[in-house]
Design a protein around this ligand. Structure first.
Ligand code: CTP
Length: 405
């Protein structure tokens, strides 16, 4: 069972040029197994038609409070139905109505009647966005628990580059998914995640690296932010977009990652060490590109530091590592768990079908310091991250209570 399957999404669309991107957002929700009902303002219907949303898989679309409807109490019954209300784009106008308690159309009425999590993705002209009234409205809405995704700085409809552009649909989807975890067990906790490969330079154009895509680490950072943690994602080079609400610290080599860990881990609560750190680097870095010769070539490598073993004083309360093994999976993972003083190690075999490098799925067995063993099913990496964080949160809670005794 995945987190997003059968979730009920109320997608509010107000009238801005970003409205056409709401179609893509709807697709992402539908693809993830959610049921979506769309509530459009009349001005949104000037940009996209209700039929567009219906054709893309919306269960129903509501535009008019007083038009022909199946359900006369639609404005309140939909509010009871939804697991989350996502408003994308959120114009200055709808934000103003939300902050002022005005309910004069289908969307603003739903907002007042809805008591679940709300996520707004503002989109407007930069002058409007910077207007003190709009800023005050956003501040007020945040103070009552409304979540915001963006806006981003980028090309606006007015062809200038400034703040006001709506976050792209995958970013809004990710922010909604974080809210749908529905747990706040890491609120106030500091979590550090490492992800991706490291790149060990040989000369200005060549390097040694590995196939890690970074997906597992990014999923952990994404989910940890959803659990309410203050998250820093230290990432080697990947093609991925950092998840919403995390501090992003990009690095290249294992030595860079070691420095970043020293910087971010002190006083942190949990470290998820999902990076595939290169164990060796070229012994000599050549300042100029190495030229081809007629001779064969020997490459001398030297050992990189073991990042977990060298954490020292900056070691967080709970450390979760990963073991990628192609043989003797569990026994080797247990050795690493002990040797690197981890609290949990997630052991996985990348040669298993459908869970290899770059896959969106993973299958791991969690091995705990105290000897507990938990074999998990193959699942989506985000769902697995949620499962791993559930287990880690329990350890952190026990860690706190043990210390109090
Ligand atoms: N790790 C680390 N520093 C390194 C190498 C790995 O901190 N130089 C971490 C990884 O991020 C992972 C755990 O140690 O959480 C196990 O990584 P793995 O590469 O499986 O272990 P190694 O000790 O490098 O053993 P080997 O590659 O020989 O299997």
């Amino acid at each position: 069972m995945t987190l997003m399957k059968d979730k009920k999404i109320l997608l509010g669309v107000s009238g801005g040029i970003g409205a056409f991107k709401a179609c893509e957002l709807l697709r992402l929700f539908v693809k993830a197994g959610c049921t979506v009902r769309v509530i459009m303002t009349k001005s949104a219907a000037e940009f996209v038609t209700p039929l567009s949303f219906q054709s893309l898989g919306a269960e129903s679309v509501s535009v008019d409070m007083f038009g022909e409807k199946r359900d006369t109490l639609e404005h309140v019954s939909w509010a009871d139905w939804g697991d989350i209300l996502v408003i994308a784009p959120a114009t200055a106008n709808i934000i103003g109505k939300m902050a002022g308690g005005i309910a004069d159309d289908a969307l603003s009425t739903q907002f007042l009647a809805f008591y679940g999590p709300v996520l707004a993705a503002p989109a407007m002209n930069v002058k409007m966005f910077n207007n003190p009234t709009v800023q005050r409205n956003i501040r007020y809405l945040k103070s009552i628990g409304v979540n915001f995704a963006g806006p981003e700085t980028g090309h606006l409809a007015s062809l200038i580059t400034a703040a006001g552009r709506m976050t792209e649909p995958p970013g809004i989807f990710a922010a909604a998914r974080q809210r749908l975890i529905g747990k706040n067990t890491l609120a106030g906790k500091k979590v550090v995640v490492t992800a991706g490969p490291t790149k060990e330079p040989l000369d200005p154009v060549r390097y040694l690296s590995n196939h890690s895509s970074g997906k597992m680490g990014y999923a952990l950072a994404d989910a940890a932010a959803g659990f309410g943690a203050e998250v820093t994602l230290i990432s080697g080079p990947t093609d991925l977009t950092p998840p919403p609400s995390v501090t992003f610290a990009p690095v290249q080599s294992a030595v860079d990652m070691q420095k970043a860990l020293k910087r971010y881990c002190s006083k942190s609560d949990i470290l998820f060490m999902a990076a595939a750190v290169a164990d060796y680097r070229p012994a000599n870095y050549h300042k100029q590109k190495i030229k081809r010769s007629d001779e064969s070539m020997k490459l001398e490598l030297k050992q990189n530091p073991d990042l977990l073993k060298s954490l020292g004083d900056s070691r967080p309360k709970i450390v979760v590592g990963f073991a990628l093994e192609t043989e003797n999976l569990e026994s080797r993972a247990v050795e690493k768990l002990r040797d690197k003083k981890m609290d949990i190690i997630a052991a996985n075999d990348p040669t298993k079908e459908g869970v290899g490098f770059g896959s969106d799925f993973n299958q791991v067995t969690l091995l705990f310091k105290g000897g507990k063993r938990l074999k998990l099913e193959k699942m989506d990496k985000f769902d697995l991250a949620v499962r791993i964080i559930d287990e880690t949160s329990i350890l952190l809670e026990n860690h706190g209570s043990k210390r109090k005794k």
